[in-house]
Design a binder for this molecule. Sequence first.
Ligand code: SAM
Length: 195
Amino acid sequence: MTEAAERAINQADVLVGGRRHLDMYKHLAVDKYPVTADMAPLIDIIKAHVAAGKHVVVLASGDPGFYGILATLKRRLPGLRPEVVPGVSSFQLGCARLGIAWEDACLTSCHGRDPAVLVAAVKKHAKVITLTDPHNTPPALARVLLDGAIGDLTVHVACNLSYPDETLTTTTLKQLAAEEKWISSNCIMVIINEN
Ligand SMILES: C[S@@+](CC[C@H](N)C(=O)[O-])C[C@H]1O[C@@H](n2cnc3c(N)ncnc32)[C@H](O)[C@@H]1O
């Protein structure tokens, strides 16, 4: 959490965000609206509050311009000129924790997306970093890669970054694929293809 983000949140009349994020600000006596799968009602709420001159703050993890809510808000609210207050992206923090440079990495996302993009990226690039989601878990993605004729590569998995239950795991795709359960749904994977 950056100081700039804390400042913006403390000046908010209205907070919008995932439940995990809103729960961090239970102590603030402002209107709060959770982001759900159906964005339409939320877009109307944001529009109405902005039109009434309210200071609406949308909470998001990492950098909202990086596989975050910014693109959706810009598309759904074309006249909107948001002030973007970036945090530290999960890619940035994960790579820092793992001591891995990421300037040469192919950055992609399997968060609500078809993991076929990951197979194609790993075939083409020596270092690929991806976001995961509760369905596309690290073991599930390892299985997709092995089924896509990718060999047994080294993979780093960084989960719950910056939270007390943060974990860092370095393993191989085969070992990861054999995991039946993966507790955290908030992870990034760094796949190294040196072949
Ligand atoms: C909608 S994307 C948002 C990405 C975000 N804009 C960023 O810059 O990191 C959500 C995904 O980001 C990753 N993520 C978010 N917070 C994380 C954390 N604390 N630790 C590890 N991965 C995280 C997970 O892959 C999660 O499914």
